[in-house]
Design a protein around this ligand. Sequence first.
Ligand SMILES: Nc1ncnc2c1ncn2[C@@H]1O[C@H](COP(=O)(O)OP(=O)(O)OP(=O)(O)O)[C@@H](O)[C@H]1O
Length: 481
Amino acid sequence: MTGSTVGSATAARGLRWLGRWLLRAKCWLALLLLTAVTVWWLSQELILVAVVVAVGVSPGLVGATWVAASPRSFERLAAGPWRRLRWRRVITSRWEAVCRDAHLAERRRVERRSLTGERMITESWRCPRLARVRTTSHAMELIIRARSGQTVTELEAGAERIGSIFDAVAVRCWPVSGSTVAIELIMRDVLITPTIGTEPDGLVVDTVRLGRTQAGRDWLLPITGRHTLCVGASGSGKGSVLWGICCGLAPAVHADLVRLWGVDLKAGVELATGRHLFSAFARTADEAVRVLATLAEVTEQRGQAMAGRTRQHRPAPSDPLHVLVIDELAALTAYAPAEVKKEADRLLARILTQGRALGVVVVAFVQDPRKEIVGMRGLFTQTVALRLRSGEETSMVLGDGMAKLAPAHRISPATPGVGWLVEDTGSTDRVRADYWSDDQIRQVATRFRTGVQAVLITPTEPVDRQRERSRRVRTPKAGAA
Ligand SMILES: Nc1ncnc2c1ncn2[C@@H]1O[C@H](COP(=O)(O)OP(=O)(O)OP(=O)(O)O)[C@@H](O)[C@H]1O
């Protein structure tokens, strides 16, 4: 960008803000006009009127200059705190009206007798208690305690109505106790702006930071003890999730606390960029079966070693967490030759059923979640739904009834990396993964390259022999005919 382009963009930003400020500050401007007219009428001094006008418009001019020069500091120090104060004031001052509109309040009619013996009926509203309001730069969290006789389910039912009253972008709700819920109103969509992945600066094994949640918090994905399935249509940004995991684990890979095993049957195009992070890497179906067979063997041996000693593997150098990363799972489980598919299904099912506690986990990516494509979908213990093609697909990936609560099929194609997940509490959250460029992936892979290359075993019955066998089985049939 040239200097003049940057200059005009900065000026335009300041002017846009000034325009919005003038529109919002109508009362202030009317007061200013009245004061200026009064000063002119009393003093007939133009200079005094000019001073009054200058003082009156100075907040706008200062704000516009600040926004133009440093939008981030303006947001952090002025706009953000002001907005949060306004949200807090509005919700606390209008709480009773909000409860009534959200059908959470109950009307109570009390009959009394006046001193003269007259019958009087007074009406009052019983509302759930707003126990706490917490605000962040993008969201507002309300802790609400049910009124006597009200259930948590009733409070949850009102969450969406409260969201619509405050024009929230999204609403999340989860129970905090038997009578209290937390409602999170997402007031500004932070996920519209993409963010870039950052080189990991610490050694993590259990969870990796993949990006941001819709409330602007870190999106942390548990890795240990989970098998993860990430589903998304072509171009939905599965690569960001994949590299967020691999690059996030990279320091642990370098320390041999984690070993990555890669399967990429799209000729290795995706995983080859970070090849140095992987202890084993399969580009063909036969290689993939060997990787799976070796990992199944690792699972078997670890199971024997752990039996009677511990029930949960704890990663240690040279006794690492094994993470099998499969890009486009369907290439292995649906589109591979029949005998490869059968063997891969068998081995993968073994790893998925036995591996979790033994420190062998799977992270798989797929475009199509249908059962005939990913038969072992139910064996994955956590799922991430990026942009999907239909409500049925959302239900397949996130669970029945989730198409309404976590509409992954409504994610815009213009926001790759955005997805929905269901948390352990059962509440849903919208997230966006950071984007990883090829150069960044190469840098991380070179800096944290693994020092271990796995020696792959051949499955008990090699795939080639299986093919031969299936050919031999078919031959007499043909001859008989
Ligand atoms: N987190 C992100 N933020 C912004 N843009 C992204 C993000 N992730 C991906 N993109 C953009 O979307 C494009 C497609 O992403 P990606 O290749 O990861 O999709 P995919 O789901 O793996 O698709 P396919 O299944 O066809 O390989 C990328 O080239 C990039 O330009």
